[in-house]
Design a protein around this ligand. Structure first.
Ligand code: NAD
Length: 510
């Protein structure tokens, strides 16, 4: 029998019951605990803004306990042979797949992502773990660098306990991106999930409890300004990996300064998709729609600025309007839903505020521009649902073109020449990703050099390849995820220089 909204809701209710029955606490030193009993707050589902249950806000004492546990477990875990860590991480991946249905449904209810995009989440998370499991045995490998009379070689060692701080958009997937390489490298972890979406992090901790030695994985729920802040200040924590807003990166850099922490930041974006007159029209249209309206527009790499060349602009915008009007907004557990609710009321209000800002600045709301209270199939909606929105007649000075709105909202800007497209694309404080649509290979190569972004896709939507580097420049981040980039972040490289016994050692005082 195929899934329906009703069957999905019934299964989700079963999975969520335990979170309603008891507050969601922390996982510290191999124990599920409410810690030092910080305040309780409601975990609100964006589907209708009702509470899924209480969450315990971690205190400084809870974070300290978690960091101590991670420090205590570090020596043993980092000295565990890579082959053994590989086995454990593969076991972790198996458990993720076993719980795929639960992870998808719980995550959809917690953060509002449509189930069609969450269904494969566990399998993709498991792939992250398997990828880094395979790398665990080579964690300590280094390079040999030969000179005439010396040989240098490098050794890599796990950096120590690390803090992982994740956001509310795709929290499950991003947690696996960060934690899998850290564990493979031999680090122990303290994870601070986003306060708005704690549930998949709890499931991850449950799996950790089954397969990892105690203290290797710790998780403390709570707010950024308390639990998160303490984690970034704690002396036992040697590195912090954050996925979040650019302003949060600034705070964390300050907070970690006294203890000189290594930082890896994946931050915001205002990413351009540049469509030239010679682009494959239908493929470009599909990609433009997918890359802003999927995941409710709450995606760091979403192409929120469409730069469209004047020759095809009228035809492209007309086709785009039709597609945007046709998008199916609805309950995230409805398999038909393409756009679900925004994560919380405050964020929804922020996204809606741009409707007025757009017209104040002189743009036109071509499609959308308001809340939705009824799905396309007639079902009434009570959560944070916003109509997929398209702004036209915009230029790059407008707030809708400069600020990260982080919702199903696209700003279309027209350009004439390649040079103008590059100038507009780069006229932003961000530099995460960009998308280029052209059949002219030479132009694609020129754009690849000139567009300021950590990642560019040519004639493609966002396609993730785990060994490839992922990350941003400018205000969009520091450092890279992916393959050895992820791995190196969690390790210290030591150089050992060995003399061949042939060189003359300088003599002093003889
Ligand atoms: P956020 O910055 O508000 O929160 C992210 C995490 O940081 C949360 O766990 C939060 O509690 C914590 N935090 C907040 N203040 C802190 C502090 N002072 N010290 C320590 N921790 C603190 O981000 P969000 O609203 O949850 O997520 C959306 C943002 O994340 C968007 O800007 C989006 O672009 C960005 N993002 C970037 C990527 C990427 O790969 N570049 C991926 C996903 C999301």
């Amino acid at each position: 029998m195929s899934d329906t909204l009703q069957t999905n809701q019934a299964r989700a209710t079963d999975y969520l019951k335990r979170f309603a029955d008891a507050p969601v606490g922390h996982y510290i030193n191999g124990e599920f605990t409410q810690g030092s009993c910080g305040e309780l707050y409601d975990n609100i589902t964006p589907t209708d803004n009702s509470s899924l249950g209480k969450v315990v806000a971690g205190t400084v004492a809870d974070v300290d306990a978690a960091c101590q546990a991670a420090e205590d477990a570090f020596q043993e875990w980092s000295n565990t042979p890579g082959a053994e860590r590989k086995k454990i991480l593969n076991k972790f991946a198996d458990k993720l797949v076993e719980r795929a249905d639960e992870i998808a449904l719980v995550e959809s209810m917690d953060c509002g992502q449509a189930i069609r995009f969450m269904k494969q989440a566990a399998v993709r998370g498991a792939a992250n773990f398997r990828f880094f499991a395979d790398k665990a045995p080579e964690a300590q490998n280094g390079l040999a660098l030969h000179q005439d009379e010396h040989t240098n070689f490098t050794i890599r060692n796990a950096i120590g306990p690390v803090g992982i701080i994740t956001p509310w958009n795709t929290p499950f997937m991003l947690s696996t991106w960060k934690i899998a390489p850290a564990l493979a490298a031999g680090c122990t972890v303290v994870h601070k999930p986003a306060e708005l979406t704690p549930l998949s992090a709890y499931i991850l901790a449950e799996i950790a409890d089954e397969v990892l030695p105690k203290g290797v994985w710790n998780m403390v729920n709570g707010f950024g300004e308390t639990a998160g802040k303490r984690l970034t200040e704690h002396p036992a924590i040697k590195a912090v990996a954050l996925v979040g807003e650019s302003a949060t990166g600034t705070h964390i850099m300050r907070q970690g300064a006294d203890t000189l922490k290594r930082m890896h930041f994946e931050l915001g974006g205002k990413n351009p998709v540049i469509v030239f007159d010679d682009a494959d029209f239908e493929r470009a249209l599909d990609a433009v729609v997918f890359m802003i309206y999927s995941l409710n527009g709450q995606r760091c790499t979403s192409s929120s600025r469409l730069l469209i060349q004047k020759g095809i602009a009228p035809k492209f915008i007309e086709a785009l309007e039709a597609r945007v009007k046709n998008l199916r907004v609805g309950h995230p557990l409805d398999p038909q839903t393409e756009v679900g609710p925004l994560v919380h009321t405050g964020h929804c209000a922020k996204v809606l505020s741009y409707m007025d800002l757009a017209t104040e600045d002189g743009a036109k709301i071509a499609v959308g521009g308001a809340r939705v209270d009824q799905a396309n199939n007639g079902i009434s909606l009570q959560g944070n649902y916003v109509k997929p929105t398209l702004f036209t007649g915009a230029d790059n000075s407008m707030r809708i073109a400069r600020e990260e709105i982080f919702g199903p909202v696209l700003t279309a800007i027209q350009f004439e020449t390649e040079e103008e497209a590059i100038a507009i694309a780069n006229d932003t404080e961000y530099g995460l990703s960009g998308y280029i649509w052209t059949e002219n290979t030479g132009r694609a190569m020129r754009m690849a050099r000139k567009v300021e972004a950590g990642m560019l896709w040519v004639n493609s939507e966002n396609n993730r390849n785990l060994p490839s580097p992922f990350g941003g420049i400018k205000q969009s981040g520091i450092g890279r995820d992916g393959g050895d980039w992820s791995f190196d972040f969690y390790m210290e490289t030591k150089n050992v220089c060995v003399a061949h016994g042939t060189h003359k050692v300088p003599t002093l005082g003889k």
